[in-house]
Design a protein around this ligand. Structure first.
Ligand code: CP
Length: 338
């Protein structure tokens, strides 16, 4: 855990963050996929997020004058509140739009909605929707930076970044570490981004799940080993990462029953003890207690890092907003208007 920089004034803290950044820039205008980020980008994000976390809830002015739009067309607790809170802590004017309040309900296309939001001068548009590939399609049409806050089954890059920070906070590095993900990788955008970041940063990824949850050729694309025996997958793991069975995306059609799934793949205390002594337990949330993992493990077990993940979300999401708002202010992002 980082100690808070109580001794520094807000201005000193801002100056420190600017010094850490030291004219380094992300190599991208948009964070739609982990593929958009280089290893250097990821190191920059982690370094700044570490320092932002030390500021705690103190208000900083790094995003003063910036307009940030949170366009959430699909439900969210953690991602929406942490992007909004982090934006406010950094002094941004944040605007929130939900699916039910947008004119998309009246038949307006997502492209027209997004171009309208960008025309107000928003530097960053943060977008969640049930449609895989929507942010990739829209990023071409607006000069604002797009942050993908979860698109359908595809990706959730800010989640993978906060997860990486959580793993590194505990283990120091993920190079050479074994991460075992357990659950519905087929419907999981978290898997899509976490698998990419682990490969990029030198970790070893194992997956334990029923074969019905395994997308074709996934083991070769992401260099992962698939296990149908959870016990074997957990032996030697440094991180045990549980995923939710996503009933709203039809996961139930891929398993005999939730009860059966939970018996075979749910994380229990006994199963967790098969992992390395220093292993941690993670879950992106929301947790379906007693299906994904035993209820007693979720927050109170000493190995659980579920609430650390939430806390790291603020620092990572504040960092992304600052780096991208500034990037879009200082340079010109090419976009087409059709
Ligand atoms: N992990 C995650 O994306 O949670 P929310 O759906 O609550 O944002």
């Amino acid at each position: 855990m980082s100690s808070l920089n109580i001794g520094l004034s807000a201005q000193e803290q801002e100056e420190k963050l600017v010094r850490i950044r030291n004219n380094r820039d992300l190599s991208t205008f948009d964070v739609v996929s982990i593929d958009d980020l280089t290893v250097e980008d990821i190191h920059l994000i982690l370094e700044i997020a570490d320092e932002m976390k030390k500021s705690g809830t103190r208000k900083l002015g790094l995003l003063k004058g910036a307009t940030i739009v949170n366009a959430f067309y699909e439900n969210s607790t953690r991602t929406k509140t942490s992007f909004e809170m982090a934006g406010k802590h950094l002094g941004a004017d944040t605007i929130n739009m939900s699916g039910s309040s947008s004119s998309a309900k009246k038949g307006e296309s997502y492209q027209d909605t997004t171009m309208t939001l960008a025309a107000y001068g928003a530097q960053v548009i943060i977008m969640r929707s049930e449609y895989s590939g929507l942010p990739e399609q829209l990023k071409k049409h607006v000069p604002a930076a797009i942050i993908n806050a979860g698109d359908g089954w595809h990706e959730h890059p800010s989640q993978a970044l906060l997860d990486l920070k959580t793993m590194i906070d505990h283990h120091g590095t993920i190079e050479g570490k074994v991460i075992t993900m357990v659950g519905d990788i087929m419907h999981s955008r978290v898997f899509g981004s976490v698998a990419r970041i682990i490969k990029k940063m030198g970790g070893t990824l194992r997956v334990a799940c029923p074969l019905t949850f395994v997308p074709e050729n996934v083991e070769n694309i992401f260099d992962i080993e698939i296990f149908t025996d959870i016990e074997k997958a957990l032996i030697g793991a440094d991180v045990v990462y549980s995923l939710r069975v996503q009933e709203e995306r039809g996961s139930g059609g891929f398993i005999p029953s939730l009860r059966e799934y939970s018996k075979t793949f749910g994380i229990t205390k006994d199963r967790l003890e098969l992992a390395n002594e220093n292993a941690i337990l993670m879950h992106p949330g929301p947790v379906i207690r007693d299906i994904d993992m035993h209820s007693a493990l979720v927050t109170i077990d000493s190995k659980s890092r579920v609430l650390d993940q939430v806390e790291n979300g603020m620092a990572i999401r504040g960092t992304l907003q600052w780096l991208l708002a500034d990037r879009c202010d200082g340079k010109i992002k090419q976009c087409v208007r059709v």
